[in-house]
Design a protein around this ligand. Structure first.
Ligand code: SF4
Length: 205
């Protein structure tokens, strides 16, 4: 009796001419075997070879929104902290300007915070000195406060040409890109309170 799939056989399926005893298969049998193999591979993938999904590194961290301190675009960032340490910084998708995007500088913002090459000690060089000396923060704060007061007391003007000005033109304040909004606001308030009129900031495009 004729095999019902006999008509689907290609000429080359009719055995090996050099080995008549070699097993023969139809195209349908071949495809069936292929499907079975695919299912087996799929089952294997689900059973033990599925890609591992690592846990989010920000899981359980505190998320705080802020503004990238690098330039005047002012992209939004989400800063994740755990135990008081910044562990991750990424774009804030809810920010109206950047909508979650950051340029390469903003995306690498965590390196501003956690960086072993960041200067963490006070270095002082005397006037006309050639060497840097390491000083304590207390020493630096005391000295800055004393010098600001001394300069302000010497140069403060209450009136100019009969008009009240209450200012000193002997001290200037220069902000940097690493200052964020939260730092720049009280800094500007303090400088205005001291009577400074020369306030500048280089973080602009
Ligand atoms: S440095 Fe980049 S991420 Fe930061 S505010 Fe400017 S454009 Fe945005």
């Amino acid at each position: 009796m004729k095999d019902k799939h006999e008509d689907e056989r290609r000429p080359q399926d009719h055995g090996d001419a050099n080995n008549p005893a070699a097993p023969r298969s139809t195209r349908r049998q071949f495809l069936k075997g292929l499907t079975t193999g695919t299912v087996a591979i799929g089952a294997l993938t689900q059973a033990g070879c599925a890609p591992a999904i690592p846990p989010l590194k920000t899981r359980g961290a505190t998320a705080t929104t802020t503004v990238c301190p690098f330039c005047g675009v002012g992209c939004g960032q989400v800063v994740s902290t755990r135990a008081g340490k910044v562990i991750h910084i990424e774009g804030d998708p809810g920010h109206p300007i950047s909508e979650g995007t950051l340029c390469s500088k903003g995306a690498a913002g965590i390196q501003v915070v956690n960086n072993s090459r960041r200067l963490q000690k006070v270095l002082y060089r005397k006037p006309n000195g050639v060497k840097w000396e390491e000083k304590s923060w207390d020493w630096a704060f005391e000295r800055i406060a004393a010098r600001v007061k001394e300069t302000r007391d010497k140069t403060f003007k209450t009136t100019v040409d009969g008009r009240v000005v209450n200012r000193t033109e002997a001290i200037a304040c220069l902000g940097g890109s690493a200052l964020d909004n939260e730092e720049a606001y009280p800094l500007a308030k303090l400088m205005r309170a001291l009577g400074l009129v020369y306030l500048e900031h280089q973080a602009r495009l």
